[in-house]
Design a protein around this ligand. Structure first.
Ligand code: 3PG
Length: 311
C-alpha cells in the first residue's frame, strides 16, 4: 500500500478475495453435504433430537481430541467466558434442534426457504426488544422477505405446521444467538474455531437431558433397528456423515467470521441457502410448483435488498 506499488496492492486484495472465496465455497459445500445426509438419516430414522445431539457430540469429540493431541491450540478460558457463552449455547441448541425437527417433517428446501427469512427476525427483535432503529429502506426490504416466505409456505405441497414452526423458532433462536455471541466475543481473544468448539460442548451438555426426555434410548434403539433393516449396515455412515459435516460447516463458518464483517457473513449465509435449496430439490426430487418457487425467489431477493439497505 505505502510504496505506491500497484502490483502489491492488487495482490493483497486478490489474496484476501481468494481466501474469503475459499471459505465461502468450503462452507457451502460442507453445508450441502450435511443437509443431504441429515435428511437421508431423518427419512429412515425420524428422531431429530437424537441426531441433533449426535452432531454436537461429534463436534465436541473432534475438538477435544484436536486439543489433546495439540493439532489445535487449546484455548485459555475463565469462568466469565463460560458464563457469557451460556445464553449463546442455549440459543444455539434451540435453533439447532428446532431446524432439525423442521427438516424431519418437511422438505429440506422448505425449511431453508423459511430460514432465509432470518433477517426479518433480526430486524424485528432489534427494533422491538433492543429498541434499535433502522433506515426506512431496511423496513421496506422486509416486505419481500415476509411476503415471499408467506407465499412459499402457502403454496408448499407438503406443508406441515411442526415443520413450519420449527424453522420459525430456529430463526428466532439464531437471531438471539448472534446478538449474545457478539456481546460474548467482545474483548475476548478466542479464535472462531475454538469459540465454536466451546459452543458445541456447552450445547451438547444442555441438549442431552432434553433429548433423553423427549425421545429416549428405547425409541432410539427400536428406530435404529428399523433403519438398519431398511437401509443396511451402511446407515451408520450416513449418521457419521451428518454429524461430522454439521461440525465442519459450522466450524468453517465461525472461522470465516474472524475474517469478514457480520454483513458479508449474512450475505454468504443466504447464498448458502440457495445452494442447499437447489441441490436438495434435485437430489430428493422435491415437487415444486412455479408459484412456490416464485415465493422462494422473492424471499431470497428480499434478503439481498436487506443486505444492500443495511450497507
Ligand atoms: C441446524 O441444524 O442447526 C440448522 O440446519 C442450521 O441452520 P443454518 O443453516 O442456519 O446453519
Amino acid at each position: 500500500y505505502e510504496e505506491a506499488d500497484g502490483d502489491v496492492v492488487e495482490n493483497t486484495e486478490a489474496a484476501k478475495r481468494v481466501k474469503i472465496g475459499f471459505y465461502f465455497g468450503t462452507w457451502w459445500f460442507l453445508n450441502v453435504i450435511f443437509n443431504i445426509y441429515n435428511k437421508k438419516v431423518l427419512n429412515a430414522f425420524p428422531y431429530p433430537w437424537f441426531t441433533s445431539t449426535l452432531s454436537l457430540a461429534a463436534g465436541s469429540a473432534i475438538m477435544l481430541v484436536s486439543w489433546a493431541s495439540k493439532v489445535a491450540e487449546p484455548p485459555n478460558l475463565d469462568v466469565e467466558f463460560w458464563k457469557a457463552l451460556f445464553p449463546v449455547a442455549l440459543a444455539h441448541t434451540i435453533g439447532h434442534v428446532a431446524a432439525t425437527v423442521s427438516m424431519s417433517k418437511v422438505a429440506v428446501s422448505f425449511t431453508h426457504i423459511i430460514k432465509s427469512g432470518e433477517p426479518a427476525f433480526s430486524v424485528l427483535v432489534s427494533r422491538f426488544i433492543l429498541g434499535e432503529t433502522f433506515p426506512t429502506s431496511v423496513y421496506l426490504s422486509l416486505l419481500p422477505i415476509i411476503g415471499g416466505c408467506g407465499l412459499a409456505a402457502l403454496t408448499e405441497l407438503n406443508f406441515n405446521m411442526t415443520g413450519f414452526m420449527g424453522a420459525m423458532i430456529s430463526n428466532l433462536a439464531f437471531v438471539f444467538r448472534n446478538i449474545f455471541s457478539k456481546r460474548g466475543m467482545k474483548g475476548k481473544s478466542v479464535s472462531g474455531m475454538n469459540y465454536y468448539a466451546c459452543l458445541s460442548i456447552l450445547s451438547l451438555l444442555i441438549l442431552t437431558p432434553f433429548a433423553i426426555a423427549v425421545e429416549g434410548p428405547k425409541m432410539w434403539a427400536a428406530g435404529w433397528q428399523n433403519a438398519v433393516t431398511e437401509i443396511g449396515p451402511h446407515f451408520i455412515w450416513w449418521v457419521a456423515a451428518q454429524s461430522i459435516f454439521y461440525h465442519l460447516y459450522n466450524q468453517v463458518s465461525y472461522m470465516s467470521l474472524d475474517e469478514i464483517s457480520p454483513l458479508t457473513f449474512s450475505i454468504g449465509n443466504t447464498m448458502k441457502r440457495i445452494s442447499v435449496i437447489v441441490s436438495s430439490i434435485i437430489i430428493f426430487h422435491t415437487p415444486v410448483q412455479p408459484i412456490n418457487a416464485l415465493g422462494a425467489a422473492i424471499a431470497i431477493f428480499g434478503t439481498f435488498l436487506y443486505s444492500q439497505s443495511k450497507q
